[in-house]
Design a protein around this ligand. Structure first.
Ligand SMILES: C[S@@+](CC[C@H](N)C(=O)[O-])C[C@H]1O[C@@H](n2cnc3c(N)ncnc32)[C@H](O)[C@@H]1O
Length: 402
């Protein structure tokens, strides 16, 4: 564990200290295998919540609750559970809540294997013309039948909410499209569902057409990998107490004031990611397209507007935090056109901030430098040249008025 006192102090034109160091390793896939069960745009490395949970909570705080108001794939909640703490996951994106909830209720590998073997994926499913048209650039006809069979089974599971089917569904979701033989699709992008017209062009360019990929075998292989790390014996007991909400981070009205012990989160950065478009196939697979239409996911390209949005978010965080407790907001750095923004600088000016039950104070800003970008190679982004190269984390503390 990095000793925070040993970090380099940098000059910062604001009233709180700025420190920089290597807070966690830049090596990939070092944490529990379940963290890597599915990719998610904008996800942070599990090392980030691990670092802050271990620094700001003590293992003796058995009932402590960790909140992520912009939960994404649930990295914070999973890591909190792995460290023995309860978690609250919030995200208006129904895909996010499906992923996080499913990973909070993991059946045994043995049961999952038995269940997959029993699934009948050979029953013919009628696929509408619209779906045939948009999915055929990605899948062989027979693969599409098998994928649609799983989709039908998941749909019929909506009411029962069977954890085994949910977990199998999550694994299938993670295998839909990508660039290795482990995916169901022809060579495609793993993190983004590209548009069918783009996939068609790529197929022509690469002289490729979708080949049959047996779905069950690929699910089984992936499940074995994702469940290869052992779970601490308390994991299932703790994760069973998690809460999941689909609210706007500016008002998580289901939660009472002074109810959380730590917040570790990362909001959307100035419209870098279009969560709707980038996930269209995943929404189709889970039957969530209609539900998504009703959701308001932040897509803000203007810094001033983003700061207003974040001010409301931080007021809500202040309401929810218990006195003396901390919130960590990872904001990174972004380039919009030719302008470079360190987003923490837009936030840190707002403190101290009066909140319900006290005030929030900027405690410090910590920078973890990484020598690679968050974006994968398939984006043709060169290391350290574009994208987010550092994690800039603003640490806030709630204090009560004297
Ligand atoms: C940068 S991602 C968080 C990723 C997460 N840290 C992880 O590791 O998966 C931001 C998330 O904010 C969600 N989001 C967008 N608008 C929101 C809002 N108004 N309130 C709460 N969450 C929102 C998006 O759906 C997305 O999942």
């Amino acid at each position: 564990m990095q000793n925070l006192a040993s970090l380099n102090h940098l000059s910062y034109p604001f009233s709180c200290p700025l420190k920089e160091g290597i807070l966690w390793t830049s090596k990939q896939r070092q944490m529990h295998s379940l963290h890597y069960a599915i990719s998610y745009r904008g996800a942070f490395k599990p090392e980030l919540p691990d670092f802050f949970i271990q620094n700001y909570l003590h293992s003796s705080q058995k009932d402590a609750v960790v909140l992520d108001p912009f939960g994404g794939r649930g990295t914070t909640s999973l890591q909190a559970n792995l460290l023995g703490f309860r978690a609250i996951h919030n995200d208006p994106n129904p895909l996010s809540v499906f992923i996080a909830k499913t990973r909070g209720n993991v059946p045994s590998q043995e049961k999952l294997m038995q269940r997959v073997h029993l699934l009948d994926l050979n029953r013919k499913v009628i696929i509408c013309e619209k779906d045939k048209k948009r999915l055929s650039p990605f899948f062989h006809k027979k693969t599409l039948q098998e994928v649609s069979s799983i989709r039908r089974i998941l749909k019929s599971n909506m009411k029962q909410n069977d954890p085994e089917l949910n977990y199998i569904g999550l694994t299938a979701l993670s295998r839909l499209h990508g660039h290795s033989d482990g995916f169901f699709s022809v060579y495609s992008f793993p993190q983004i569902s590209i548009m069918p017209s783009v996939q068609r062009k790529n197929n022509l360019r690469l002289n490729q057409s979708p080949q049959y990929k047996e779905v069950k075998a690929r699910i089984i292989r992936k499940m074995k990998t994702d469940l290869s790390s052992p779970f601490p014996e308390y994991f299932h007991q703790v994760s069973a107490k998690n809460l999941y909400f689909q609210q706007d981070a500016r008002s998580i009205s289901n939660l009472p004031r002074n109810s959380v012990d730590l917040i570790v989160t990362s909001p959307p950065f100035l419209d870098k990611i279009n969560y709707r478009q980038d996930n269209w196939m995943r929404f189709w697979f889970l039957g969530l397209e209609e539900e998504l239409e009703k959701k308001d996911l932040a897509m803000i390209s203007d810094l001033k507007e983003w700061s207003y949005f974040m001010k409301d978010v931080m007021l809500e965080m202040g309401r929810l935090l218990k006195p003396k407790c901390f919130a960590i907001i990872e904001v990174g750095e972004v380039n919009v056109g030719k302008t470079h923004y360190n987003l923490d600088e837009s936030l840190v000016k707002m403190f101290p901030m009066k909140v319900e039950g006290g005030y929030l104070q900027a405690h410090e800003v910590l920078i973890n430098r990484q020598n690679f970008t968050k974006l994968s190679n398939c984006w043709k982004v060169q290391n350290n040249k574009k994208g987010t190269n550092t994690n800039r984390c603003l640490i806030l503390q709630k204090l009560t008025c004297a």
